[in-house]
Design a binder for this molecule. Structure first.
Ligand code: ATP
Ligand code: MG
Length: 432
């Protein structure tokens, strides 16, 4: 972890910074460099804004800096959802932020940002404006992949370097205004996911954005702009170049947010699933037309997530996602643990699935047939028994529950749907 160079400013990590921020508030006049944004007067309800995030913004502003709420929290507040967390962006440099908040620490080697720490483990991430790297600096010849995005910038540059217009809105707390340099407000109103700039370029710069587009469309129930949809289809193979741990994490995020069914459906429809999890997409292509078990399981995951108001356990999510093709792989095998291992091996390799998840998933897959046929026996002594019961109950509930909701309307009607030509294994094998 990077530390402040001044020893007399050592962070007091466990002490919430609760001095009366905001008490001296008189909205200071704004000084901004760069082009003017569209300004939308939108007084977001203070009750819905995290008081500690507001405190961070207000203290920065009081000390003469520009500071805003930004990203997912602004987007979620505008669509009436409760934000997961609140991020702050400012023109103060990390060391300046660090100096203003005793309860803070600087993190990150490449791009340094500040975590301001509050009670209960709450962290308000406070980043300095940065800009997209110039092509000669951050990129590699024709290759668009961004390898270095560690350049400070202005507010408008910080907005431009973000991924989607709906994620690049800045909320000015003092003035009760949204600052919009990228056309994000109209996209919030028309409920549509648009990249900032050309979709193909933005996806090739960072292919994980493909999965983020799917996630936001599914979670917010937003459409995907037709050119963005086409770029997802066209750039899906670039996902192979993304860092594996990021892919692993992003698949989990698709599963966690209460919209796993919609997310996976879009991933399948766009062909992204063929690149990410061909084992699952082949299974989906091969199943009988009336077999909707995979979709039922995913909507049961969503029902439970919404019911609990929190994501299910990561291992449960992976097991649920891969359950049907895993069952098929184990079916009729004498050594089911071994069969599950062979099935999971390429997935573990492709997505860097950690052993703490892969191991219980394959054990549970091998236990399920006996569990479902009531032959529990010594299985009940397994450390994975309760997980196996949870998965069996999830599958049972999904099969006996209502049919999965229709998600085929996620995409705007004008989007060029590109149903992939699915090669059925059975046909290939039988020479059809
Ligand atoms: P969530 O509710 O899932 O946290 P979020 O929009 O807050 O959604 P984060 O991953 O927390 O997503 O990222 C915070 C912000 O950082 C985003 O809103 C976006 O502006 C920017 N961002 C994140 N990932 C990227 C990326 N790959 N490329 C460009 N900008 C990004
Ligand atoms: Mg976030």
């Amino acid at each position: 972890m990077a530390r402040s160079p001044s020893p007399d400013l050592e962070p007091e990590l466990d002490r919430p910074d609760d001095e009366g921020a905001g008490s001296e508030a008189e909205a200071p006049s704004r000084v901004r460099s760069g082009p003017d944004p569209e300004i939308y007067p939108v007084s977001l309800d203070e009750e819905t804004i995290d008081p500690d995030a507001a405190k961070v913004v207000r203290r920065l502003v009081r000390h003469g800096y520009e500071a805003y709420l930004v990203g997912g929290c602004v987007r979620d507040l505008l669509v009436g959802k409760r934000p997961k967390d609140f991020d702050v962006v400012t023109n103060a440099r990390p060391d300046d932020v660090r100096r203003l908040f005793r309860n803070s620490r600087i993190i990150g080697r490449r791009f340094r940002l500040v975590h301001v720490l509050f009670g209960g483990g709450k962290v308000i991430e406070t980043a300095t404006f940065r800009k997209a790297p110039p092509e000669s600096n951050g990129r590699d010849g024709e290759d668009l992949l961004i390898r270095n995005d560690n350049v400070f910038g202005d507010a408008h540059e910080d907005a431009q370097r973000r991924d989607f217009t709906i994620n690049a809105l800045f909320y000015d707390l003092e003035h009760g205004e949204i600052l919009d340099w990228v056309g994000g407000m109209p996209d919030i109103e028309r409920r549509s996911v648009h990249t900032i700039g050309k979709p193909v370029v933005r996806f090739l710069e960072d292919p994980v954005r493909l999965l983020r587009a799917i996630k936001f469309s599914a979670r917010l129930d937003f459409g995907i702009a037709p050119d963005v949809y086409d770029a997802i289809v066209c750039c899906r193979h670039a996902l192979r170049r993304a860092a594996k741990p990021r892919l692993f994490e992003e698949v989990l995020r698709l599963m966690r947010g209460g919209a796993a069914h919609r997310s996976l459906w879009i991933a399948w429809e766009t062909g992204v699933l063929d690149v990410l999890l061909p084992e699952l997409s082949t299974y989906l292509a091969d199943r009988e037309d009336d077999d909707d078990t995979v979709w039922r399981i995913l909507s049961e995951v969503d029902r439970r997530t919404q019911g609990e108001g929190a994501p299910l356990d990561d291992t449960v999510l992976w097991a649920a996602l891969l359950l049907e093709p895993l069952r098929e792989a184990c079916h009729g095998e004498r050594d089911r643990v071994e069969a599950a291992f062979h099935f999971l091996e390429p997935i573990v390799d492709r997505l860097n699935v950690p052993r703490r998840i892969a191991e219980p998933v394959r054990r549970v897959a091998s236990m399920l047939p006996r569990l479902e046929s009531g032959r529990v026996g010594r299985l009940s002594r397994s450390v994975h028994y309760s997980l196996a019961l949870e998965i069996a109950s999830l599958r049972g509930a999904s099969l006996s529950g209502p049919p999965p909701p229709d998600v085929t309307d996620v995409l705007p009607s004008e989007a060029t749907r590109r149903r992939r030509r699915r090669r059925r294994r059975t046909r290939i094998e039988s020479g059809l």
